[in-house]
Write a protein that binds this ligand. Structure first.
Ligand code: PRT
Ligand code: ZN
Length: 220
């Protein structure tokens, strides 16, 4: 069993660059090259596992990584949809990649607010979070699960509204949609399982978390 601390990170995408930058500000020296799944930190016993963001919660839960950096939206979705209870929880909020998971619809359509959702179809890539919201609010609507391009669903006639991530709002606007309800606010988070780490790893993680905290505070 390796005694290097394993951190799962998004390889490429909206979380990747800020995750790398945060770790570099914490003093980790590493180089990300195309292709590889693994990057070794040169000056500390840490390995970076470079994966798709969707795989990060299960990597942490299943002991392929000790900690991970992922969007809270992805963690919560995994928690709500995984077969067994997911052994991965937030240990620190990181303050970047902020976005909202919002319900949105066309200004001209029949859905203008949450009260109009009963009996309609909602397109989403977040069936777990949306399903939970609908159950909690006693709304009976049909989920249309998509893998992407959710914002096109109303115009192609497969749903009356959508539930998707929003940051600037430009995508909604470009598709003639307006957000009418936020069901989850998200940011990048550090996640960890409930498993105990070796004393050496625990000490290193403690040091890393204090540095992350310092970096976040100095940016405020
Ligand atoms: O390849 P991989 O699976 O790793 O990446 P991915 O394509 O699944 O995810 P990626 O890189 O797009 O996003 C990673 C994480 O960034 C998300 O899980 C969120 O936590 C966070 N994030 C922050 C966002 C956004 N902002 C965001 N705006 N993720 C996606 N979007 C999309 C949104 O789905 C919509 O299509 O951007 C569009 C809306 O953006 P605006 O600015 O037009 O509102
Ligand atoms: Zn993804």
């Amino acid at each position: 069993m390796t005694d290097r601390l394993r951190i799962a990170l998004q390889k490429k995408g909206r979380l990747a660059d800020d995750s790398f930058a945060l770790l570099k500000k914490c003093g980790l020296r590493f180089a990300i090259r195309g292709g590889g799944l693994l990057a070794r930190v040169k000056n500390m016993p840490i390995d970076l596992l470079l994966v798709r963001d969707d795989d990060i919660p299960s990597f942490v839960a299943n002991d392929a990584a000790d900690i991970g950096i992922v969007g809270e939206n992805v963690l919560v979705e995994e928690q709500l949809t995984s077969q067994d209870e997911l052994n991965a929880n937030i240990t620190m909020r990181l303050g970047f990649s902020r976005c909202k998971l919002s319900l949105a619809a066309a200004d001209t359509g029949k859905v203008q607010s949450v009260t109009d959702l009963n009996g309609t179809r909602i397109a989403t890539t977040y069936p777990g979070v949306l399903g939970q919201y609908l159950r909690d609010n006693n709304i009976k609507a049909k989920l249309v699960e998509m893998k992407g391009a959710v914002e096109l669903a109303p115009s192609i006639g497969i749903a009356e509204s959508i539930c998707d991530l929003v940051s600037s709002g430009a995508t909604l606007e470009a598709n003639g949609l307006t957000a009418f309800k936020t069901i989850l606010e998200s940011e990048a988070v550090l996640i960890q399982s409930g498993r105990e780490l070796s004393a050496a790893k625990a000490a290193l993680l403690d040091k890393l978390m204090r540095r992350i905290d310092g970096v976040i505070k100095s940016a405020e």
